[in-house]
Design a binder for this molecule. Structure first.
Ligand code: AMP
Length: 290
């Protein structure tokens, strides 16, 4: 719950592991000013009525569920494993990975259906159990807490369900993926009571964060061009609504400003040049509030 002595909101974030660095970057990029205090306990945000609680990644969900925190940042995989049905306020676009089912390279199994009757070792037993049940595949789930990828070599199981991002850990351990169990990324979750009773405060934080996330996937393009080329260039540049067109001092020339998908930039540049654009600038965007 909100700290009753101050009325400040509380956001629980991981204090160790992969989600720490991108989470802190997101909060700083959102404009929140706070010190990291070696990431222990509580940090007071100076320019917003918010305290940040640094807790173990696995504890974030419990803190939010119990109401010790109003909001929390965690992974979808952890949320799924906990079984907690917390409102998911926003997907954060980092910490992307997936829970995958894998087997040793030389095993005959090709799909998750082939795992019927086998032992599957995993640190995500609840999620794995739900997945195989929903697929109607009977397996023996062996819960283990770490080093899941060595379970087949140790003779503990014929298959595993483990977190994968690039897949290189699987390859290094002589394993091959046979199916996807769950796609995961970092997510901001809310305490249900806080979501109801402090919806304006939660919405203010969500706006700050979503503005950064929206900006990260886009670039601001500026270019000059002969005014007569506007139709071709305009067709290439949808922008948020429509591109900004500004006349230049040089008669017959215009500047065009537009917002485009960051992944589209490299494909667009040669087409813009071919359509008559010159002096093209590609700029980062700090925040987008639609
Ligand atoms: P950890 O660093 O082990 O504390 O992982 C914390 C969370 O980071 C996991 O629960 C996932 O949500 C996320 N994560 C993102 N990429 C990966 C990856 N390649 N392997 C494991 N976890 C990942």
């Amino acid at each position: 719950m909100t700290d009753p002595s101050t009325g400040r909101l509380r956001l629980a974030v991981p204090n160790k592991g992969r989600l720490v660095e991108p989470t802190l970057r997101l909060l700083h990029d959102a404009g929140l000013i706070f010190e990291e205090h070696e990431r222990t306990l509580v940090s007071r945000v100076q320019n917003f009525d918010l305290d940040i609680l640094f807790v173990r990644t696995n504890d974030v969900i419990e803190f939010v569920g119990d109401g010790v925190a109003d909001l929390g940042i965690t992974g979808i995989d952890l949320l799924s494993e906990s079984g907690a049905e917390l409102p998911q306020v926003r997907f954060l676009g980092y910490g992307r990975c997936r829970l995958a089912a894998a087997v040793p390279n030389d095993a005959p199994y090709r799909s998750v259906a082939d795992l019927a009757g086998l032992r599957v070792a995993t640190a995500h037993p609840q999620t794995a159990r739900r997945f195989f049940a929903s697929e109607g595949i009977q397996v023996d789930i062996i819960p283990i807490s770490g080093a899941v990828e060595v379970a087949p070599r140790l003779g503990l199981a014929e298959a595993i369900v483990d977190l994968v991002s690039s897949g290189s850990t699987l390859v290094m351990n002589g394993l091959r993926q046979v199916g996807d169990v769950l796609a995961s990324e970092a997510v901001m979750v809310a305490n249900p009571t806080a979501e109801r009773e402090r919806s304006d405060d939660l919405a203010a934080i969500d706006t700050m964060i979503s503005a950064v996330i929206a900006a990260r996937s886009r670039k601001y393009l500026m270019m000059n061009a002969p005014a007569s080329h506007l139709p071709e260039l305009g067709a290439l540049l949808p922008a948020l609504e429509s591109p900004t067109v500004i006349p230049l001092a040089h008669e017959g020339m215009i500047a065009i400003h537009s917002v485009v998908g960051a992944d589209d930039v490299w494909g667009l540049l040669p087409r813009l040049k071919a359509a008559g654009a010159s002096g093209i600038l590609v700029l980062p965007i700090e925040k987008i509030v639609p």
